[in-house]
Design a protein around this ligand. Structure first.
Ligand code: ZN
Length: 238
């Protein structure tokens, strides 16, 4: 029995190692997501500005077309002067020509404003593009590093899991089940008796119980306080 209990202690060490590795492995994806999120956000903000610039270019083309139309209109009206016979017709034509010219002037102002805004935006985009590159560089390196560590951690986890299997095989099934089922007190399911106390909760054990653990090989004893399986280890217990 005691040999089996010593194996349980070894198993518990393996389980602790496994747990620490798994915790580290589980933390990395959150950091990767956080950093990827920052890259995505920076790229999205840049894309918004690029879209805005495209809208401005469309707007500019729209006004340029309007100017073309208005100029064609103006030309048609001007050609009608030769056919004008009355003052009334002449005045009406003058009014329409003035309206065409004012439309042209209005659209030209819009085009100029669009050009100015686009130019400013283009400079902002250039600056932001450099910022985004910096952000990408900064996070990408760390993301790749984390992904590599994640892959190597997984290998370590696999290695420890296989050593867990070989340790488990040396333990009798009922004892192993007892270990799996027992309550975990701060990660401890199996504890050596140390200076007369339970090695998990450090409470002093009754002398009778200490002796039972030390001399009775026939069944498993648990700490009455924390439920840890108690082990008498000749090297450490007293
Ligand atoms: Zn205890």
């Amino acid at each position: 029995m005691n040999e089996g209990l010593m194996q349980l202690l070894a198993l518990q060490d393996v389980d602790r190692e496994l747990q620490a590795l798994e915790e580290a492995r589980d933390k990395f994806p959150a950091e990767i997501d956080e950093r990827q999120g920052q890259i995505d956000h920076a790229r999205a903000t840049l894309q918004e500005q690029v879209d805005l610039l495209e809208n401005l270019a469309r707007e500019q083309r729209h006004y340029e077309n309007e100017i073309e139309d208005a100029k064609a209109d103006l030309k048609k009206h001007e050609e009608r002067f030769s056919a004008v016979t009355t003052n009334k017709e002449y005045d009406a034509l003058q009014i329409e020509i003035a309206a065409c010219k004012s439309r042209i002037a209005e659209y030209e102002t819009e085009v100029l404003e669009t050009i100015e805004t686009s130019e400013r935006l283009r400079q902002e985009i250039e600056t932001r593009r450099q910022e985004v590159e910096k952000i990408e560089e900064q996070h990408q390196t760390r993301i790749e590093e984390l992904q590599q560590r994640l892959a190597s951690l997984q290998k370590e986890v696999d290695g420890v899991e296989s050593s867990r299997q070989s340790v488990s095989r040396a333990i009798e099934a009922p004892l192993l089940q007892r270990y799996q089922r027992s309550r975990k007190n701060r990660g401890t399911r199996v504890a050596r008796i140390l200076k007369g106390a339970c090695g998990a909760c450090f409470r002093q054990l009754p002398a009778q119980q200490r002796n039972n653990v030390k001399y009775t090989d026939t069944h498993v004893h648990v700490c009455e306080y924390c439920g840890a399986i108690l082990v008498w280890d000749d090297q450490a217990s007293s």
